[in-house]
Write a protein that binds this ligand. Sequence first.
Ligand SMILES: [Ca+2]
Length: 129
Amino acid sequence: MKKNDLLDGKNTLSFIVNNGPKKMPKKLQENSIWAKYDINQDGTVSDEELERATQMLELDLREEKQDSQRRIAWVAMSSMVLYSLLPLLPFVPEARLSTLSSLSDMLFLSQASIIGLYFGATAYMSRKP
Ligand SMILES: [Ca+2]
């Protein structure tokens, strides 16, 4: 078949079907970052293996997020405890106690809301499938 035969459109389809790109098996380049997803070590990264790797990554990220949220809640709670102990410390002058008390309302409200939101979010996330 000559190249000019393509122009008449008659045999174009059969030409494409017979001479189209050969189906080559896909393979990873050497030291590919995707090679670690070949769980069963058979040399190919199947769709299933990629799916599983994605799920593992999502689980890791979710756990990391929960860890940081838990840490934030702990910091909020301990800051409330420390703040309430502050007036009892001997080196805090009496003149500053009124300043401390005026700040405490907003501080306790905001820190308690952080803790409350943490528990709410945890309860919501655990209910989600
Ligand atoms: Ca595999």
